[in-house]
Design a protein around this ligand. Structure first.
Ligand code: UTP
Length: 226
């Protein structure tokens, strides 16, 4: 089965807006998709990671420790999604790409969090897609695609349905790659999808029907980068 990688933003998974109902519905759709495609999922840390990072930074922790704490939260979110997926996925998230690829031999769905300090789960998902030879990476985020400006701030911002790798890289360049930036896809991950020629689909993760279409390479609302 052809693999597809899903980068699931922490802000999508955990919003406090009836997360349990969302996670249940998401898991049931992911299980359906996994009968057609091998699913490799990377969960982000969202506001819970930001809470720990902010608090520990204020207490004087070094940046690399903040990254470790962020990674711990991304792995906790992976475990939460794994609970909803049941026996289709392994209970304990893989620690690195090799472990993820090994787990994908025995499970239809693999869910992992972050792996190493200094990057975000967007970059992890792009590197996992490269390692797994996945032709498609779906980024489920809190907006329905890449926009000409931040749509939450600028009402005249327009969604960009299609863009090239170079356009993506120039859109995200100059944005900070540290803890918690709210950008459509991080700069490191953008470079990786460009070098590996992986199609990147950016979708609103709370629109589960649309996310399903993107995972199955059907028509969807969002942004395609290729
Ligand atoms: P995220 O990938 O969740 O960052 O990792 P984010 O940009 O805040 O994304 P959203 O909001 O969930 O979509 C949270 C933090 O964990 C650390 C980084 O500090 C990151 O900002 N992290 C994560 C790592 O250091 N390495 C990793 O491999 C993953």
């Amino acid at each position: 089965m052809e693999p597809v990688v899903l980068s699931l933003g922490g802000s999508v998974l955990i919003t406090d807006d009836d997360d349990v109902a969302y996670i249940k519905e998401l898991a049931s759709v992911l299980v359906q998709v996994s009968s057609k495609r091998k699913l490799l999922i990377v969960t982000g840390g969202g506001r819970i990671a930001r809470h720990y990072i902010r608090s520990a930074r204020a207490l004087g922790a070094p940046e690399s420790l903040l990254d470790e704490m962020g990674i711990a939260v991304t792995r906790l979110n992976a475990r939460l999604l794994s609970v909803a997926l049941g026996e289709r996925s392994a209970n304990v998230p893989p620690n690195d790409y090799d472990e993820a690829l090994a787990a994908s031999q025995s499970h239809d769905i693999v869910v992992m969090g972050g792996v190493s300090p200094g990057i975000t789960t967007d970059a992890v998902s792009a590197m996992l897609a490269e390692r797994a030879h996945a032709p498609l990476l779906v980024n489920a985020t809190s907006v329905d695609g890449a926009y000409t400006a931040d749509p939450k701030i600028d009402p005249t911002a327009k969604r960009i349905p299609k863009m090239s790798y170079d356009e993506l890289v120039s859109l995200v360049s100059g944005t900070p790659s540290g803890a918690g930036p709210n950008i459509v896809f991080d700069p490191v991950g953008s470079d990786v999808v460009r070098r590996a020629g992986i199609i990147l689909a950016i979708v609103d993760g709370r629109d589960i029907a649309n996310l399903r279409s993107a995972l199955l390479s059907e028509e969807f609302r969002g942004t395609v980068v290729k």
